[in-house]
Ligand binder design. Structure first.
Ligand code: HEM
Length: 464
């Protein structure tokens, strides 16, 4: 056992406040390094002066105030909007107010519990393809786990949200998303310095080409589907009611307004982007932690064997894998795939004793909340038993927020959890994954929290 290899939270975070120029350089290199170390111990931290002032909120009751009780006093943070809106438009993740509300209502039916359970066959098939690919590798060949998991979750999001896939070029779309997200740090840093959105920066042309390709592809798909088969009929003539058909047929109950093709395309790209990399990272970090904690891995394998009786994993087994789910929750506590939830105050508010002026960025550093010294015992230790139902219930509901909270909570939270359990429980009994090399990966933030420089692992077939 090597618990010490779990990265201690304080390792990356700066103790002294950063000047605006250092802040720019730090955000460009790695926004994680711009989160002050005091966020691990304090309930709320304010930094910077005048228009560079920003507030970090960690105390669960204050987090609840920002995300739920007074959610209407905040909008999505301007820096994130500048990074994402050029590609995602005014879709569900990036819109605010009424425009957000009706898009959320339109997409909600696809995330109902029974509907999500119905996606399990696609999830297990995609996981099985990854398992077979790894089993066919020559002995000793490492895999880049982040990339492998992204490939798996990308297939699942496209298969479930766009049944039949349309005819999109999956590899090019995935590459386009990576190219686009790669340049978002510049947009975020420039917004923090109040530089205009048109300011040139390295990687801009590449990101713009990626954005144009993605928007054109998805618009083409939305237009073709509206013309041919808006309800999305399957091979037997049945209505598939996939995400694209729900969006094409959605009508705002108050205004009667429908989505045009561009709105549909923006939402499709949003779901593909928001829905695959995050889940892939939760899985990559879970496999990493299991490789470091063989006793936990043995318990996971024992649970899977008990639930499946040693046979193949079936859809009805997946919801019963409660310890596997706890492992994924604990991995998301230590390495939250979305490490910061960001807002801007729209009006003057008071957070505890701190008056916050309209226009101030308010960040919830989920990474720090999840490792906060006053909220968790031995916060840097990997211990999935923290998520035993009775312990989870006793905890403050805003102390664990991998999916955010309040009205803007991740719409795909249950989908992602079920998917991660299904993938982990397909791969782990067939293959033992060990670390290739013995250095712990660092943390790199590009909207999501990635292992840096990557996570190379060696898959080896388990003895039958
Ligand atoms: C482990 C995987 C995932 C994590 C950690 C995650 C995390 C998050 C977080 C933190 C938010 C809230 C952002 C905010 O309040 O500013 C969010 C929103 C969202 N997520 Fe996820 N997500 C995951 C998987 C998914 C999946 C699988 C889908 C789609 C199938 C999805 C679709 C969305 C959408 C559409 C929103 C915007 C919701 C709204 O604003 O109403 N996510 N996600």
């Amino acid at each position: 056992m090597s618990e010490a290899t779990v990265l201690p939270a304080g390792a990356a975070l700066p103790v002294a406040p950063l000047s605006p120029l250092r802040l720019l350089r730090t955000v460009l290199r790695n926004p994680m390094e711009a989160i002050p170390a005091a966020t691990l111990t304090e309930p709320i931290v304010q930094q910077g002066v005048f228009s560079y002032r920003r507030v970090f909120v960690m105390a669960p009751e204050l987090v609840g105030q920002v995300l739920t009780a007074e959610a209407d006093a905040f909008v999505k943070a301007e820096a994130m909007q500048r990074a994402l809106k050029p590609a995602l438009g005014e879709a569900i993740l990036t819109a605010d107010g009424e425009r957000w509300r009706w898009q959320r209502r339109a997409a909600a039916p696809i995330f109902r519990h029974e509907r999500i359970l119905g996606f399990l066959p696609e999830m297990l098939t995609a996981a099985g393809r990854t398992r077979d690919r790894w089993l066919a590798l020559p002995a000793g060949q490492p895999v880049d786990l982040g990339h492998e998991m992204m490939r798996t979750t990308f297939d699942i999001i496209v298969d479930t949200m766009l049944s039949g896939r349309g005819d999109i070029d999956v590899d090019r779309v995935e590459q386009g998303i990576t190219d686009y997200l790669g340049a978002t740090s510049w947009a975020i840093a420039l917004a923090m310095l109040h530089a205009p959105a048109w300011t040139p920066h390295p990687g801009r042309r590449r990101a713009e080409r990626a954005r144009d390709y993605l928007r054109d592809e998805l618009l083409r798909l939305a237009t073709a589907r509206r013309g041919a088969d808006p309800a999305g009929h399957g091979p037997e003539g049945e209505e598939r009611r996939d995400l694209i058909s729900l969006l094409l047929q959605a009508q705002d109950p108050d205004t009667g307004q429908a989505m045009d093709d561009q709105d549909v395309a923006d939402n499709l790209l949003t779901f593909i982007t928001a829905g695959h990399e995050t889940t892939a990272l939760a899985l990559a970090w879970s496999f990493y932690l299991l490789a470091l904690h063989p006793a936990v891995e043995a318990r996971v394998l024992a649970e899977i064997a008990a639930v499946t009786g040693g046979g193949p994993l079936r859809p009805d087994h997946v919801p019963a894998l409660t310890y596997v789910r706890q492992v994924i929750q604990e991995a998301m506590r230590l390495y939250p795939p979305a490490p910061i939830v960001a807002r801007t105050a729209q009006r003057d508010v008071r957070l505890g004793d701190l008056p916050v002026r309209a226009g101030t960025p308010v960040y919830i550093p989920v990474y720090s909340v999840h490792r906060h010294r006053t909220l968790w015992e031995e916060p840097d230790r990997f211990d999935p038993d923290r998520f035993r139902p009775e312990l989870a219930k006793a905890r403050h509901r805003y102390a664990f927020l991998p999916f955010g909270a309040g009205p803007r909570i991740c719409i795909g939270a249950s989908f992602a959890t079920l998917e991660a359990v299904a993938i982990l429980a397909t791969l782990l009994p067939a293959l033992r994954l060990s670390l290739a090399g013995n250095t712990a990966p660092g943390l790199q933030m590009r909207i999501t929290l990635r292992p840096s420089p990557g996570l190379l692992m060696l898959p080896a077939r388990r003895a039958a």
